[in-house]
Design a binder for this molecule. Sequence first.
Ligand SMILES: *Cc1c(COP(=O)(O)O)cnc(C)c1O
Length: 403
Amino acid sequence: MISFESICARDILPEGEQIPAHILPIYATSTFLYGTAENAMEVFKGNRQAYLYSRWANPTIDAVEEKIAALETYGLTDANGNPLEAKALIFSSGMAAISALFLSNLKPGEAVVTSGNIYGTTTELLQTSLAELGMKAVFTDLTDMEQLEDILKSTSGAKMIYIESPSNPTIQCYDIEAIATIGRKYGCKIAVDNTFASPYLQQPFRFGADFVVHSTTKYLNGHGTAISGIYIGTDIPFIQKKAWRMRKLYGGNSNAFDAWLLNNGIKTLPLRMEKHCSNAKEIANWLNTHPAIAHVNYNGLETHEGYAITKKQMRLPGGMISFELKAGFDAGVKMMNNIRFCSLTSTLGTTDTLITHPASMTHINVSKEQRLDSGITDGLIRMAVGLESVEDIIADLEQSIAG
Ligand SMILES: *Cc1c(COP(=O)(O)O)cnc(C)c1O
């Protein structure tokens, strides 16, 4: 078996290609030629596999799905000791992948159990669209195993536990293995949003997850050039039939160009993640001694409540940091106006460092009570640490905090 880094660096090329391209080609084509009537008959009957239409499958997209499935299962074995296999489907966005995950697993009357601090749009999806379809969402503290067990006992139709780890805004980590062990006892499937970690830092299948989803828009693409998502599962027939049918019928397919950008990004994933993590560590240590800062949320600090879990299930603590300015809301606004080097925007996983003040930006329309409930305090600053020299990033933090 070749190494994780080698899987990232080398292209998977479509089989049977006549022109010996070295790099994965972009198959910008909506349909594929049937050849003969006999061939078409066999393909439509399902007796022969072939490309027909790019909403169903596309060779560029297939190659990237195969690569990400290989990364998420790298080095893992199944119950019989054989290499663990998974099937992945790329979608038009992280949200399309997450919607397909819920829609393919839950029926009306059934419930998903999750935590209150997952990605805001995922919460909205559960509370509006899926609620209208009769699916329930129960929010709990997934660090509290007794409470989780009580909820699983008392919730009728609980079919899935949905974990996002690490998650916003306090860079909270959840013990996937412990949650999966309890969840399985109550017949739940375990799904993990692995966006903040990437498969280089964390492989949820190692800890008993059934499904992994990503907003590949973030670290996997790595350059902020395209929106896409992925839905991966170890039950291959389920993904090939039920999850694939979701994509085919609801039309949440991605396209060859975005998949190709994603493929390009993955080639340097290990290198980038190492640098995101080493920069984040230095910055967190620097922030931790700064007199204007009340506390730093970075799961690589021994004082962080998720430190032990992070050590257990992640290779490195990741590139996300948040911290609390002692002087609160106004200090946050001032600091943002003084930023010169970092980019004032709210995604993550790009090569540059991104910084936001959620209370005055992404969460300005959320009531203060609800905002505080999800850990977004007045002086909280969120950083997605980039790949620049760490001295440049710290210099900008120093002058913008001083200002
Ligand atoms: C961005 C993000 C999503 C949504 O992904 P899109 O690609 O924007 O649709 C879901 N989960 C997490 C953790 C994210 O950061």
